[in-house]
Design a binder for this molecule. Structure first.
Ligand SMILES: CC(C)(COP(=O)(O)OP(=O)(O)OC[C@H]1O[C@@H](n2cnc3c(N)ncnc32)[C@H](O)[C@@H]1OP(=O)(O)O)[C@@H](O)C(=O)NCCC(=O)NCCS
Length: 151
């Protein structure tokens, strides 16, 4: 079973940090006291995490990390969707992130676009709040899927 849990600024982050440290190689930092962290469990085991914070008029997300043995099963996608949903539910004007150039495809699937020099690495990406679309069907090319709503 897949479950998600949010951690508000000031919460005990030990379970979040176990994933972040294993995947990204760093633990808590000065951003955590102002971030919302999310942790996704697979069969009650911490499997994926990420965080979102507000700075200078934008929501920023980052440090998405999926335990290596659990990649390729859409847990990273779920973390990204949870972070975008958090921004959307706070009426975000825009959401930004910085990522290595080889990850832009992962983020562009949900509408984030490069927003800085095309040569830069890491790349800065952005999506206006009103363009956040978490409907799984809206970008899917399948025409006759039984899940698709008529209309
Ligand atoms: C990047 C990462 C979070 C992806 O997590 P994941 O759970 O393996 O990815 P998902 O299974 O959710 O992938 C969802 C979709 O994105 C695609 N995708 C994954 N990585 C991608 C990449 N680098 N470029 C383009 N598409 C990518 C998948 O193919 C999948 O596509 P589909 O919906 O057509 O099947 C994970 O590989 C990871 O933790 N990497 C190391 C840490 C890292 O670099 N974090 C990013 C910091 S900004």
């Amino acid at each position: 079973m897949i479950q998600g849990k949010w951690f508000s600024p000031g919460d005990d982050l030990s379970s979040v940090l176990s994933v972040r440290e294993a995947v990204l190689g760093f633990g808590t930092d000065s951003l955590d006291p102002e971030s919302w962290n999310v942790l996704v469990f697979e069969d009650s085991i911490p499997a994926a995490t990420g965080r979102i914070w507000w700075k200078d008029g934008s929501f920023w997300l980052g440090d998405i990390a999926v335990v290596e043995s659990r990649r390729g099963r859409h847990l990273g996608d779920l973390v990204l969707r949870l972070l975008l949903y958090k921004a959307q539910s706070h009426s975000a004007r825009e959401v930004r992130l910085r990522c290595p150039r080889d990850l832009t495809g992962f983020f562009s699937r949900l509408g984030l676009r490069e927003d800085a020099s095309p040569e830069s690495d890491p790349v800065e990406m952005m999506i206006p709040g009103e363009q956040i679309d978490l409907d799984t069907c809206s970008r899917c090319p399948k025409k006759n899927c039984p899940n698709r709503q008529p209309g």
